[in-house]
Design a protein. Structure first.
Lengths: 297, 413
């Protein structure tokens, strides 16, 4: 335990800002997960690996001499088709089955993706340089990498764009209709097969954006996808499906929680703390649900 | 008819199988070949360093075979290595070691890559009394288990950064320093940490931040914010390539000013290439550097090794390759001194090894670790946009002066 953070108010500010900026990025990944969970009832274990793949796309651009920030446009386009193809190849065979089958299928996809990325990009840890510099606040005592601010801004912009798209466009309406009741939507002429493929594609595209942002803020490695999956799973569990504001808040909350856990418990418990929180929330939810059931009886 | 064909095929395959297993069970010395075995990470998370290791082994095998091979009992033998891919997985590595020993009949082993995998294999080689010369497992715990058949050509992990603390104290006018440290939670990094603790105790220095980094680490902003707030004299970071890359990225982004930054895995992370100028002044522990003045008759000097390796594999050899090549020189030397293929005689010969290779002097301590070779420290220095690693310690081999303290970020261009 280390309570240095409570003695230095600047550390508190630093931790909060770091946490919120990171949390916004997590929220973007989580929103993709919530979307496809809600529409297709699939928990995508490969979510984090799609993120890393998106990151490698930006990294490849960086190697080719293009600024990696363009990855936030290129990567989602490529990833949309990757997602679409994944749906056609694997997911459409498990979409009507129970949750366990789809978890198993996406777990398999995760392993295949990890190995493929390892094969193509190598096992070295890589970073893409944005050269964005740093913003200094409060007489240099709080520093914010501009790349983190950039990624938060981009995440927010894409999230807003997605919300508008879901509300206004035909496909967006079809997706929402399918989420509410797939059978009814089908009867009313919605091509649910297409909706599913598009949803999976949109989720992969969101992962692509997040990955490109991670390549310039953090590090990339073929095997670091899982923590992103766990984080988004957790955010979705807290926020519930199909509730974007809640996803955003719970994303930022998780970012803050992680950052403070890091300061107080030590860096070694940073990700451990996330898992612990997940367990607590699941137990709490179960507890609440069981109460509800009794009431219904 | 059909039955007869089937019968013939079955019997032929049975005979071939029997023959194969018969020959392979005597594979320790097969004709003019001395067969060595190695499980190595060709896929999985250690695959890049696994390949560096394999290239190092192969380069030495070619060189020794070309230059007359190994002379035992007046006859000249050649080295041959059986490789299996351990997928960077300790369990798999242990299985493969069993397979090499029991099925392929290998009697001499070369180590895998990383401390973790070496730890998985060592109990197996020990059980079957198979001498293993390893070049990539530096964890101290490998040498405290009382293994009798394990020999490591590299310096143990606790020695990696001890020198850095001594250097910091020296620069502080002999007075104790305040140390901030962050280490990954794995066998190797924790051993590096123990070395720092020893050095701190010896010099009376104080450790003010002692963070442990998780395996999935990709963000150490909190540690660095604490460093900024407490202003230590030295910051020590060890977390394999990921740790080195994350540290430099975030130190430069957060403009953390610290007089001295000591790390491991800088060359494996290609720090100066991936981070360029931002990595300047980082002090890095290394097992080997091409500029050291050691030499042997197979590879010549480090510089020559560097040149030959580049010609053969198209990239500059990291120290993982150099130490792997050295492992074969040790084996050759031991076989010739033992003048026998008896495992225990070879083992006894290994135990009394005392030689110089291009990689450094080699003499094994009671635990099997190399006690004759000091670690070196280099510092990343840049001219314009090209950065290079310059040896700064120990003084005997220093090609450049140690730059201390690191200039503040506000003063760096």
């Amino acid at each position: 335990m280390d309570f240095l953070i409570f003695k230095a108010p600047m550390l508190m500010v630093q931790a909060s800002l770091d946490g919120i900026l990171l949390g916004i990025l997590f929220a973007l990944i989580a929103y993709g997960m919530a979307l496809q969970w809600g529409v297709m009832n699939i928990i995508n274990i490969a979510q984090g690996d799609l993120v890393i793949l998106g990151g490698y796309i930006a990294y490849t651009m960086y190697l080719a001499g293009i600024h990696p920030a363009w990855g936030v446009i290129v990567s989602p386009i490529i990833m949309f088709f990757v997602g679409w193809a994944l749906y056609k190849l694997v997911i459409n065979k498990v979409v009507d089955r129970d949750l366990f089958i789809s978890i198993l299928a996406t777990f398999g996809i995760a392993i295949v993706f990890q190995q493929l990325m390892n094969f193509i990009f190598g096992a070295d840890v890589v970073v893409a340089q944005s050269g964005y510099g740093t913003t200094m606040l409060f007489d240099n005592s709080v520093t914010l990498p501009n790349s983190k601010i950039f990624s938060a801004v981009i995440s927010v912009l894409y999230a807003i764009a997605l919300v508008i798209y879901m509300k206004k466009s035909r496909l967006g309406r079809a997706i929402r209709a399918t989420a509410q009741n797939a059978r009814a939507a089908k009867i009313l002429g919605v091509d649910t097969e297409k909706v599913y493929a598009a949803t999976f594609g949109i989720n992969a595209a969101l992962c692509g954006i997040a990955g490109a942002l991670i390549s310039i803020t953090l590090t990339l490695h073929p095997y670091v996808g899982l923590p992103y999956t766990v984080r988004s799973f957790m955010i979705v569990i807290v926020a519930g499906l199909g509730n974007l504001p809640a996803v955003a808040v719970s994303g930022m909350g998780l970012g803050l929680f992680e950052e403070f856990a890091d300061y107080i418990l030590g860096t070694e418990f940073r990700i451990g703390a996330v898992f612990m929180l997940l367990v607590f929330i699941l137990v709490y939810r179960r507890f609440k649900l069981s109460k509800k059931r009794e009431y219904l009886k | 008819m059909n039955k007869l064909v089937k019968l013939i095929i079955t019997s032929i395959s049975a005979i071939t199988l029997a023959l194969v297993s018969f020959t392979s069970s005597f594979a320790k010395v097969d004709g003019e070949y001395i067969v060595l075995g190695s499980a190595i990470s060709l896929t999985g998370k250690y695959s890049s360093n696994g390949v560096h290791t394999q290239n190092g082994y192969n380069m030495a095998v070619d060189r020794i075979n070309k230059m007359g091979g190994v002379k035992v009992g007046g006859k000249s033998y050649k080295f041959e290595i059986i490789y299996y891919d351990d997928e960077s997985n300790p369990k798999r590595a242990a299985q493969l070691a069993e397979r090499l020993i029991k099925q392929d009949g290998v009697h001499y082993m070369l180590g895998p890559y990383s401390s973790g995998l070496t730890k998985a294999i060592a109990p197996v080689t020990e059980k079957y009394k198979i001498p293993m010369v390893e070049a990539n497992g530096a964890s101290r715990s490998l040498f405290t288990k009382g293994y009798k058949y394990l020999f490591a050509v590299l310096s143990p992990a606790n020695q990696y950064l001890e020198v850095a603390i001594d250097l910091a104290v020296e620069k502080n006018g002999g007075k104790p320093v305040r140390i901030a440290q962050a280490f990954e939670q794995d066998a190797f990094s924790q051993d590096v940490r123990l070395g720092i603790l020893d050095a701190a105790k010896r010099t009376g220095s104080e450790i003010i931040i002692d963070d442990k980094l998780p395996k999935e680490l990709n963000d150490m902003a909190a540690t660095l914010a604490k460093v900024k707030a407490t202003k230590p004299d030295v910051l020590v970071v060890s977390g394999h390539t990921k740790g080195a890359l994350t540290a430099i990225r975030q130190i430069s982004e957060m403009k953390v000013d610290v007089p001295m930054l000591a790390m491991t895995h800088c060359d494996a992370a290609k720090l100066s290439k991936q981070h360029g100028k931002n990595s300047e002044y980082a002090l890095c522990a290394s097992q080997w550097h091409k500029n050291l003045s050691y030499k042997d008759k197979f590879f010549g000097t480090g510089k020559k090794y560097d040149k030959d390796f580049k010609k053969e594999f198209g990239y500059a050899p990291p120290y993982q390759s150099a130490e792997s090549s050295a492992a074969l020189l040790v084996f050759k030397d031991a076989f010739e001194r033992a003048n026998s293929f008896d495992r225990d005689k070879v083992r006894d010969a290994l135990k009394t090894t005392e030689m110089q290779t291009f990689y450094g002097n080699i003499k094994f301590g009671p635990g099997g670790q190399n006690t004759a070779k000091p670690m070196i420290l280099f510092q990343v220095r840049c001219k314009g946009d090209t950065c290079e690693n310059k040896v700064v310690a120990p003084t005997k081999w220093a090609s450049d002066k140690f730059y201390h303290p690191i200039p503040k970020w506000s003063e760096r261009g």
